[in-house]
Design a protein around this ligand. Structure first.
Ligand SMILES: O=C(O)c1ccccc1NCC(=O)[C@H](O)[C@H](O)COP(=O)(O)O
Length: 416
């Protein structure tokens, strides 16, 4: 493991920790403009001067703000009393704000068209503002389970946001204790044990397997995982398809468990990242099959501003290549399960590492092998392919004693 992990640690030590530029796009929602304004207002109060201090004259007399994309094919001047010059400066000078994807969006392409051009097959349902936009048809049926999950998530997130707007959830996230070092915990565990670090998953049910465990006590399971050498934990928060919850995440965080926690959520909106942080998450999953590049870049910035780690999940070469072009990626999960067909094939990890392992090592990116790992041979197989960590759910959670099952999975007891 040596070199790539050392590089990763060094990269992390070098990485500046600063608030995110105030960039306000989300392809995740149809109310792009209101999200922008929500974020703008919230950010102007919570991160008052990310780039440059606002002159006092600006504070006395708030400027008009040009908000790109507020109207199709052009810009709308929006007077916003809470916005300072520093934010205006940030918006106008941000490389991402002026990026290709934004220009495409402004030129009238729909969210789904832009995503499809990046090879993303998952469509957003997004209630259309214009007849030509979105899938548009209330009777449309999802093409696969991942699309179904994303469509359900759009409804869930909009309901949650109505109850707790972004500004409030950002404030809550500011009060959470600092995020723990997820990658640090993985690298330390790998050094200690000489086998891939374990991210043990607390998951009650899954779309592919139904209910995995009836007597499901999330805190007991989390404690058992930690006591038996898990480096980090992954907590499913999706209710509808996995019977998980943010309450589980919060309760585990408050139970005295020390392991860093991954919020295993289907993120489509930055609101979810702030919410996860407010509930004690140290890391969050971002799925390349769901998120267009611009969302991914913006969400990475938000994660960094919150001190959180992003585990970026890929399934195939195209997704991996997209992700490798994005700056600041530190942790990539290769999922052996197709989220569209449920097929599990551990050779996916080997195949992608054979093709792009060198690039990832050069960039100091740590790789996690995800899904379908049941035996010491499975673990050895993905380790020899080059992973530094494994994400395991089913093979542990279905055992009577999930903690003890860890030693069986690795063929030895793990040191804590
Ligand atoms: O687990 C599923 O059935 C599933 C279906 C659709 C989207 C995601 C899904 N699972 C998320 C995961 O990737 C796994 O929970 C995780 O990698 C652990 O996998 P396993 O060890 O096979 O439970």
């Amino acid at each position: 493991m040596g070199a790539s992990i050392t590089r990763s640690i060094k990269a992390r030590q070098r990485a500046p920790h600063r608030p995110p530029p105030i960039l306000l796009f989300s392809f995740a929602t149809n109310s792009l403009f209101s999200v922008k304004m929500d974020s703008l207002l919230a950010a102007s109060q919570l991160h008052p001067a990310p780039f440059s201090p606002a002159p006092s004259s600006a504070r006395r007399s708030p400027p008009s703000v040009l908000v790109r994309g507020a109207s199709r094919g052009g810009r709308a001047a929006v007077r916003c009393a809470a916005v300072t010059d520093s934010i205006l400066y940030a918006l106008q000078h941000d490389e991402m704000f002026n990026s290709e994807e934004v220009i495409q969006w402004e030129s009238g392409k729909s969210i789904n068209t832009i995503a499809a051009a990046q090879g993303i097959r998952i469509r957003r349902r997004c209630r259309p503002r214009y007849p030509s936009e979105g899938s548009g048809d209330d009777k449309a049926v999802p093409r696969n389970i991942l699309e179904q999950i994303v469509w359900d998530k759009e409804v869930e997130v909009s309901q949650r946001k109505a109850k707790k707007p972004l500004k409030k959830v950002m404030e809550s996230s500011e009060h959470a204790p600092p995020a723990r070092d997820f990658i640090g915990a993985l690298t330390a565990a790998y050094s200690r044990n000489g086998v891939p670090a374990l991210i043990a998953e607390v998951k009650k049910a899954s779309p592919s397997r139904g209910v995995l465990r009836d007597n499901f006590h999330p805190v007991e399971i989390a404690q058992a995982y930690e006591q038996n050498g898990a480096a980090c934990l992954s907590i499913l928060t999706d209710e509808k398809h996995f019977q998980g919850s943010f309450e589980n995440l919060e309760t585990i965080r408050n139970s005295g468990v020390q392991c860093p926690l991954l919020c295993k959520e289907f993120v489509i909106d930055v609101w979810q990242i702030y919410y996860a942080r407010s509930k004690g998450a140290d890391a969050i999953l971002l799925i390349a099959a769901v998120l267009p590049d611009l969302d991914m870049k913006y969400m990475l910035r938000v994660c960094r501003s919150l001190g959180m780690t992003a585990l970026i999940e890929v399934h195939d070469e195209r997704e991996l290549d997209r992700v490798l072009k994005i700056d600041g990626v530190e942790l990539i999960g290769i999922n052996n399960r197709s989220l569209e067909t449920f097929e599990v094939d551990t050779s996916n990890t080997r195949m992608l590492l054979e093709k792009r392992g060198n690039v990832m090592r050069e960039k100091g990116i740590l790789v996690v092998g995800e899904s379908g790992l049941f035996t010491p041979d499975d673990v050895a197989y993905v380790q020899s392919a080059g992973v530094s960590a494994v994400l395991v759910g089913e093979s542990l959670i279905t055992e009577e004693d999930p903690g003890r099952a860890i030693a069986e999975l690795f063929g030895k007891e793990l040191l804590r």
